[in-house]
Design a binder for this molecule. Structure first.
Ligand SMILES: [Zn+2]
Length: 560
């Protein structure tokens, strides 16, 4: 802290204390007319926990036109009123990492307290089409997309015709060939599609390089340069995350950190818990030091020690298991409801039902040491909680896309899609007291809003309970809120969310989901976004630069 700041703090405290006195004395004057106003919706008498103002007190909220219009100690009157007595009232959770950008997945996430679901690690393309489809079909939660690098590669290298549809993006990802080394001309075309997406309001660039390890390094740098030029983040699934070299976890982080330093781009690291896994004790100090040196690196994690994908995935290729530090007995095979017991059994399962869901424990939450490692990621300072939810899949392998509720009996997904956020509230806050309620709410709402607010100024109105903020609000019982989804039976909505309000409209009211309304709004950067600055890499070096550098060197050496 500098001397000026040292002096400023007591002055600010004194001013705030003085303002506090004035405010409490005057509070009845401005709220008197408010109490007689008829709001669209009021939330009455809950304990507000707001991570921005740090307010933690019983208040009522008046909502008009999808925004918070009043926060008052008095009882407010609304066309609709929701009772919040004995409940916590918080900003709705913002999930930076949702691959379930379809209605049924969002309904499940609503019970988890999510009001904004964004697909940023993956994303979509073309950006105008992705937003138009969501707007036409309607979404229960606010939604948004990054420009999808994997899709751009699939278009250029595998001839996929992109149309912004969820299923097209899945198909583009499933194709072979998009992962390979591109020619310089192809890379330029891929980067051109990404830049166009950013100009059209994408929230950043989604970089699934971990699924295309052979892809060009210069293309990854190029994507970061675009992000830096337009002032948007990149969202990376690290290229390397093997438990052992080569292609190890440290190398994966080295690339992200180096590119942040080389380009000045805001590099967001996805699911620190699952990529760093048992090397978290080594990775965490690396990241902290990189951040301390001023690199713009942000981090997210989900509070589970296992990941999930289909048994036919490359991840479970017997030839590659060793390098990843995985044994076949670490794999829980869902259709058989048991762990795989031998390599022969794994090979047979991959052959007979490649789309059968499988869960792979990278950290065992029942082992105290390994849970402590998981918590290094979950509790990492300023890490956002982000679910990495997948879409729900039927036993026949088809994704659940149509709006059905409850989900079909055989629908399967990793439990994080139903409980990532309530697990924080129930386990980390209430049961284990590892986090304050305020801090858990901050990691799930204000932190993700701040990660995005340079790229999408509307995020300054989210993640906060204040007058003028978007009315994305959750009301839950802090004594009972809990995740219910398990690996064996993930299809169980979380419990404890009493009301969930999206853009001023309650989609969960008194614990009941309203499937008839789609209040979700787009979260999008400016359409026609312009570069924010010219980066040093692009500014040609002038003679003056050289002369200045020489002069500085000579001065440093004591020469004239
Ligand atoms: Zn990922």
């Amino acid at each position: 802290m500098t001397m000026a700041r040292k002096l400023a703090v007591p002055i600010i405290v004194a001013v705030l204390a003085f303002c506090g006195l004035i405010l409490s004395a005057c509070q009845h004057a401005p709220t008197a007319p408010v109490a007689s106003e008829l709001f669209d919706l009021v939330v009455l008498g809950g304990k507000i926990v707001d991570p921005d103002s740090r307010l933690e007190a019983v208040r009522s909220i008046g909502i008009n036109g999808g925004r918070i219009a009043a926060i008052s100690e008095q009882r407010l009157v609304g066309k609709i009123s929701l009772d919040a007595a004995g409940q916590v009232v918080a900003p709705g959770f913002i999930d930076l990492h949702s691959h379930g950008m379809v209605v049924p997945s969002m309904w499940m996430q609503a019970f988890d307290g999510v009001t904004t679901a964004l697909d940023l690690e993956g994303g979509s393309l073309p950006i105008p089409d992705a937003y138009a489809i969501a707007q036409d079909e309607g979404r229960p939660l606010n939604y948004g997309y990054s420009a999808n690098w994997a899709a751009a590669r699939s278009a250029v290298l595998a001839g996929t015709k992109l149309d912004g549809h969820f299923l097209t993006n899945l198909a583009a990802f499933a194709k072979p060939n998009w992962q390979k080394l591109a020619t310089p001309a192809q890379s330029a075309e891929i980067l051109g599609l990404l830049e166009q997406g950013v100009q059209q309001g994408a929230l950043g660039i989604g970089l699934l390089v971990g699924y295309a390890r052979e892809s060009n390094h210069e293309e990854y740098v190029g994507a970061a340069q675009i992000a830096a030029r337009y002032g948007v983040p990149t969202f990376t699934h690290l290229r390397h995350s093997n438990a052992r070299e080569p292609g190890g976890v440290i190398e994966g982080h080295e690339e992200l950190i180096a590119v942040a330093a080389m380009t000045g781009a805001h590099m967001h690291l996805c699911h620190l818990n699952s990529t760093a896994a048992r090397l978290l004790p080594e990775v965490v100090p690396m990241l902290r030091e990189a951040q301390r040196r001023g690199l713009r690196i942000t981090v997210e994690a989900y509070p589970y020690g296992a990941g999930s994908t289909v048994i036919g995935s490359q991840l479970f290729d017997p030839a590659l298991l060793d390098a990843q530090g995985i044994s076949e007995t670490d794999i829980f095979y869902v259709p058989a409801h048991k762990r795989i017991e031998s390599r022969e059994e794994l090979i047979e399962a991959r052959k007979s039902n490649p789309s059968g869901p499988a869960v792979i424990a990278f950290l065992d939450e029942d082992n105290a040491n390994q849970r402590a490692m998981l918590d290094l990621a979950v509790l990492y300072a300023d890490a956002a909680i982000a679910s990495d939810t997948l879409w729900w899949v039927r036993r026949n392998g088809n994704p659940v896309v149509e709006p059905v509720w409850p989900l079909p009996e055989d629908a399967y997904a990793h439990p994080r899609g139903a409980g990532a956020f309530t697990k924080m509230l129930g386990r980390y806050v209430r049961e284990r007291k590892q986090l304050s309620l305020m801090e858990a709410i901050r990691k799930a709402s204000l932190v993700p809003a701040q990660i995005l607010e340079d790229a999408a100024p509307q995020m300054k109105r989210k993640g906060r309970i204040k007058v003028g903020a978007d009315a994305d609000i959750i009301v839950f019982d802090p004594d009972t809120v809990i995740d219910k989804a398990t690996y064996a039976n993930p299809r169980q909505p979380a419990e404890g969310m009493r009301h969930v309000i999206v853009a001023g409209v309650p989609i969960i009211r008194d614990g009941t989901l309203d499937t008839t309304i789609m209040p979700g709004q787009p979260v999008r950067g400016p359409v026609g976004r312009l570069p924010v600055k010219s980066t040093t890499a692009q500014r040609p070096i002038t003679e003056t630069d050289v002369m200045t550098a020489v002069r500085n060197l000579r001065a440093a050496a004591g020469l004239r």
